[in-house]
Design a protein around this ligand. Structure first.
Ligand code: SIN
Length: 288
């Protein structure tokens, strides 16, 4: 097999064209897909009208799947490997808890000591316009820092929090955010991570980050805000416009992403995600 790739942006991403992800393939064939994933940070597969079982099966080729114990309210009731991201109301008519998932820049599960290797998001329903997702290359974010800033950041850790979705908290309730924090105590992660497979350095932060470990919020904020702004400069970003039956996998070790609320909320947006477990990283901190 030789993959037909179409690059999605200068910064990152490639579409794998003319492929059926459900077709059984050898380790050697899958190896080509995996190498493209490492090289591009994001792979897009269009027109994959597959079952949940097939979504899970394809995801397992990338590694062991998270059963989402850190986010128990958000998983599919029959498939713990699938996380819902939907604004479809619950069966009793109440608003979905996950309608604002991902609205801040983040890398999946960074608030745990088992942050994710990668996530595979499948699009079921998308509004007529909007509902896009932004992805940023954290390799480029790191590479383009000055030597002085790189030296300053070497060895620093940032404290990542769960349940910091400001919009969600305001509308779907503080108890949910409190539950998430109870299950997931604050975790410190290196600000610069070495990708375990490519060996490249990448920035690792986002809008769930509170402060540097060992510094106050006030001391940390200007740097964290600067680094997040720098990392999400338009030239480091790919904006994905979803179509139904897209599956997109991103590498959480060298990218971060943000779901945009750029759509009419009376229209439906329904996505389902599997999350591939990564290597352990970071440490729990007593309080933050
Ligand atoms: C996520 O952060 O996993 C969801 C992203 C999206 O819904 O676009």
């Amino acid at each position: 097999m030789t993959l037909k790739l179409r690059r999605l942006s200068h910064a990152l991403g490639a579409e794998v064209c003319d492929i059926d992800v459900t077709r059984p393939r050898s380790e050697a064939e899958f190896g080509e897909i995996y190498r493209a994933f490492l090289a591009h940070g994001i792979l897009l597969f269009r027109n994959q009208d597959i079952t949940r079982e097939q979504h899970i099966e394809f995801s397992r080729r990338f590694g062991e799947l998270d059963r989402h114990d850190a986010l128990p309210r958000d998983r599919h009731p029959q498939y713990p490997e699938i996380l819902l991201v939907t604004n479809e109301p619950n069966a009793d008519g109440t608003p979905s808890d996950t309608r604002y998932t991902g609205r801040q820049w983040h890398s999946d599960m960074s608030f745990t000591t088992s942050p994710s290797l990668g996530s595979l998001l499948r699009c079921f329903t998308i509004p007529e316009v909007g509902g896009d997702t932004l992805f940023a290359s954290m390799y480029l974010a790191y590479d383009t820092l000055s030597d002085g800033m790189k030296q300053l950041l070497a060895g620093l850790h940032c404290i990542h929090l769960a349940g910091t979705r400001k919009i969600a908290n305001a509308t779907t309730g503080i108890p949910r955010a409190e539950e998430q924090r109870r299950i997931n105590p604050p975790v410190a992660q290196p600000v610069v991570r070495v990708h375990p497979e490519t060996g490249r350095k990448a920035l690792y932060l986002g809008e769930k980050v509170k402060c540097f470990d060992g510094m106050t919020d006030e001391e940390s904020r200007p740097f964290i805000d600067y680094l997040n702004r720098h990392a999400t400069r338009p030239e480091f970003v790919y904006r994905h416009q979803w179509r139904a039956n897209d599956i997109l996998i991103w590498d959480n070790r060298c990218t971060m992403h943000q779901a945009l609320g750029d759509f009419d909320e009376t229209e439906r947006r329904h996505m389902e995600r599997t999350t591939v477990l990564g290597t352990p990283s970071g440490y729990v901190v007593a309080s933050a």
